[in-house]
Design a binder for this molecule. Sequence first.
Ligand SMILES: [Zn+2]
Length: 389
Amino acid sequence: MNCNVLPIAAGLLTLGIGASMSRGESSEESIQFTPVAMKVMKPPIAVKGSDGRFHVVYELKLANASPITCNLERLAVLTGDGKEIATYVGEKLAAITSLLGGRDPVSVIGAHQMAVVWMHLSFAPGSVPKQIEHELTIGSEKGTITEKGGESEVSDDVITLGPPLEGERWVAVDSCCESLTHRRALMGLNGHLYLAQRFAIDWEQLNDQHRTSSGDLQKVESYSCYGKRVFAVADAEVVAAVDEFQNQVPGGLPGKLPPEEIDGNHIILKLANGPFALYAHLKPGSLRVKSGQRVKRGEVIAQVGNTGNTSAPHLHFHVMSRPSALGSNGIPYVIDAFEVTGIVPSIDTYNKMEDEGGVVPVNALPEPRACVDELPMQLSVVHFPTIGE
Ligand SMILES: [Zn+2]
């Protein structure tokens, strides 16, 4: 071996040039300055939704590491073998892109700024790619450049749970996959960026007139879901059980709360193999479990309430990577048995009718859809099986 080769090769590696290169050969990979670095923040897990399709939800971080302003013109998602599976151009791309820490659409990333693309891909069964990467076209004063990056694996390792509630006409509010409230709740906590609520659902219940409440809108007891039983979704260990907050008066959010009060009365269960389930905004005095205790699937653990950062009674439920309601990574799950009986067509109409105590329009399905191992999708009207005493 020529003893000069090693230091030269080591120097070239720091420039990202192929390891197989030796002195005198040319690089197989050309080097190009690219203003925006792309990174998938957490590798996604594909989940089957109650629409029968598989959903892949993740955030693509765009870091403009240059002093030039970048116009986002086109983003394509490619499979590992280079096949284009989704394309976003112009306004369609802006609609799913926000500056880091924001939720509003943007089409431009300024010099040294960062942005997030809120990705949601959906696939017919059997067609979810195992690998993805991204191709971004940027316009700038220097011209147009197209670059590749943001490689990631796509896992299908999804968790199966039982229902957290029972009975008819539960609406999956702000569920997967494009609601602004939960989906875009990316926040900096303890020196990390977390999106705990990526797959969160706010469960609210319609009465037989399809209203969320009847009577005084400022009384928690007027709401159909208030006081309904909440169940352990799996055999699990209770790692948090907080029952110290009073109900908020429905009709508006309570104003800025410290982080430890946002979830109000809540329970966190440690599921088998590590992830955690959060039940938030529970009824004061309704918690039947204590931290450290084990629970069985289907066991009543509390009742639906209106404590914490909430404007009307509901159950906020999500699954996460760590036992921290906000400081964790939200992960998808499926529920093993429920029916979808209809869909509420518009979140804006839903919110308005809830605020007014009006009739929520529901597009009933011709036949209830029996869902096995699926995630209830945004604004599905769900019938959960009755659970005994
Ligand atoms: Zn929520």
